[in-house]
Design a protein around this ligand. Structure first.
Ligand code: HXC
Length: 514
């Protein structure tokens, strides 16, 4: 056969396989408001940058009449491409082929591209749209999941791993996304659960919809399993592209520095924190007053909102922000916000991203619910993550820094490199009211006018301790600064700390309070 004909044959074969599960299945996919696997990859990657591999892979199953079935590409598309010109490895499960179910060859394709990503030190993006382990392939398909989970763990902290849930992600399949760094979900499309509605009905006799069980909002607002929520697939792809622009391709490289020409101080930052310490404000206004172009990408925006985490640039350098949010629960640390902060700190530390901490919290959230939910164990994660992190750590105390919260939120004692405080900072063991009630209790109770005495004692305590100068006198705070000086000082501190190098005692690894 002449080469020309062979090329024609190749084209035909490609076309056939790229039809996935066929026209009807594609129509069904579209009717659900979903793109196909290849459409998704093309929409996400730079134009014409995608190269597909293992297009002609077929399954090898023989039981349950599987020998009579052709499953194009075995239900998954893999390949490489670029985002903002930087290389990425990608896989997308094709729901039009046997519900994107994971058989042996399907898994082998995924693990092949995972191995590439790790070897080449480039980000891995996995688009999940699957009915889970292919039932007809039994334990063989389970082995495939095991191989994927193992590689997710191996790659953790080496390359960024991004999971996109664009359909069902059922059964044990959920554990691959859970092992990755960032999970993206889309309203009405993402469904993520261990046991589906059918099983729940059989075992518990309860009726529940897939949406209420594990839809996009559930994982963005309640479980915290998702890090980014979008209204549509296209919005989701824009979010991924933005995230990729902030993070380095691997733990060997640094994020691309985007040079900026911006003023060193922002005119409005002095007015953000209200004079009354009981009045809330949005810490995101402070972040946006500090970073380049007010360009902030918030992570887990809808979950544990008393903590704000995300990426922004300072003088072109990506920084991870860990900030109490006074707008929600006065910015307290609790079980969820501790989990949220500590995991993010570890991510930044693994990928050479300096951490900027903005502090304003009354401490850990009191109450039996929190105690029984394990606030001791979860809260300890924050201490562990900050103490362990060796990237530059810069802390700014904006207002309250009370008790354990003061220590936990990037204090000098956990080896922050620079600790700044605004004049509005109050650094104390606890809030003035609580403190006065305890240490002056006898005096207050025995006085002729207890209420007056209490007020007087609160005032006395406030003037003595509710300021940054006691901590500054001990060197726990390096500098008390005007809010408008913050950006300038952080730029300077990042520059000074850029070659920071420290090492701890030799160990295999620590035992964090997971
Ligand atoms: C084989 C599967 C499949 C599976 C779906 N299909 N899931 N084939 N194994 N796990 C096939 C269907 O038979 C159907 O084939 C096609 O995919 C489309 O599925 P539908 O059911 O028609 O689609 P839809 O109505 O949209 O429902 C999607 C679904 C449902 C909700 C995902 O298919 C479902 O509940 N599947 C099973 C989910 C599940 O329990 N998985 C867990 C497996 S155990 P045809 O030929 O009719 O088009 C597991 C453990 C892993 O994953 C543990 C790892 C540690």
């Amino acid at each position: 056969m002449p080469l020309k004909s062979k090329i024609e044959e190749l084209k035909k074969r490609r076309e056939q396989v790229q039809m996935g599960g066929g026209e009807k299945a594609i129509e069904k996919q579209q009717a659900m408001g979903k793109l196909t696997a290849r459409e998704r990859i093309i929409a996400l990657l730079d134009k014409d940058s995608f190269h597909e591999y293992d297009l002609f892979v077929e399954h090898e199953a023989r039981d349950f009449d599987m020998d009579k079935k052709v499953l194009h590409g075995d239900g998954v598309v893999i390949g490489t491409g670029t985002i903002h010109g930087g290389p990425v490895c990608i896989f997308a499960q094709d729901f039009t082929v046997a519900g994107g179910s994971l058989g042996v060859m399907h898994a082998r394709k995924i693990t092949k591209i995972m191995d590439h990503a790790l070897k080449m030190r480039v980000p891995l993006i996995g688009i999940n749209d699957s009915g889970g382990a292919r039932i007809q392939e039994g334990v063989n398909s389970l082995s495939g999941y095991g191989e994927i989970f193992f590689r997710n763990t191996l790659s953790s902290g080496v390359i960024p791993q991004i999971s996109v849930i664009l359909g069902p992600c059922a059964g044990g399949a959920v554990y691959s996304p859970a092992l990755t760094d960032f999970v993206f979900v889309v309203d009405k499309i993402s469904k993520m659960f261990i046991t589906g509605p059918e099983v729940i009905k059989t075992v518990l006799g309860e009726e529940i919809s897939m949406e209420d069980l594990g839809g996009a909002r559930v994982h963005s607002e309640i479980t915290g399993n998702a890090h980014f929520y979008a209204e549509s697939e296209m919005e989701c792809f824009e979010q991924i592209k933005k995230l990729i622009s902030f993070v380095p391709g691997s733990n060997d490289s640094k994020p691309v520095i985007k040079p900026v020409q911006e003023p060193l101080s922002r005119y409005n930052i002095n007015d953000i924190v209200p004079d009354d310490p009981k009045h809330p404000y949005d810490v995101r206004d402070v972040i946006k007053s500090i970073i380049d172009g007010s360009d902030f990408i918030e992570v887990q925006e809808l979950w544990a909102k008393n903590m704000v985490i995300g990426f922004g640039r300072i003088n072109g350098q990506t920084c991870g922000f860990v900030c109490n949010q006074p707008l929600v629960l006065a910015g307290v640390l609790d079980v969820d916000s501790s989990d949220k902060a500590s995991r993010f700190i570890r991510y930044c530390d693994a990928f050479n991203i300096p951490i900027v901490t903005l502090v304003d919290l009354p401490g850990y959230l009191p109450g039996i619910d929190q105690e029984h939910a394990g606030v001791i164990r979860h809260g300890a994660k924050v201490l562990y993550a900050y103490s362990e992190a060796t990237v530059p750590k810069l802390t700014v105390i904006l207002r309250k820094a009370y008790g354990g919260g003061y220590i936990a939120m990037g204090s000098r004692h956990l080896r922050s490199d620079f600790v700044f405080a605004w004049p509005s900072a109050e650094i104390a063991v606890m809030g003035p009211e609580g403190a006065a009630n305890i240490i002056f209790r006898k005096e207050i109770m025995s006085s002729e006018n207890p209420e007056e005495t209490r007020k007087h004692k609160v005032k006395e305590y406030k003037s003595k301790f509710a300021n940054p100068y006691v901590a500054a006198a001990k060197g726990y705070v390096d500098s008390v600064i005007e809010p408008s000086e913050t950006r300038k000082l952080l730029i300077h501190a990042i520059n000074v700390a850029k070659n920071k190098s420290i090492s701890g005692p030799r160990k295999k690894h620590g035992v964090p309070p997971f």
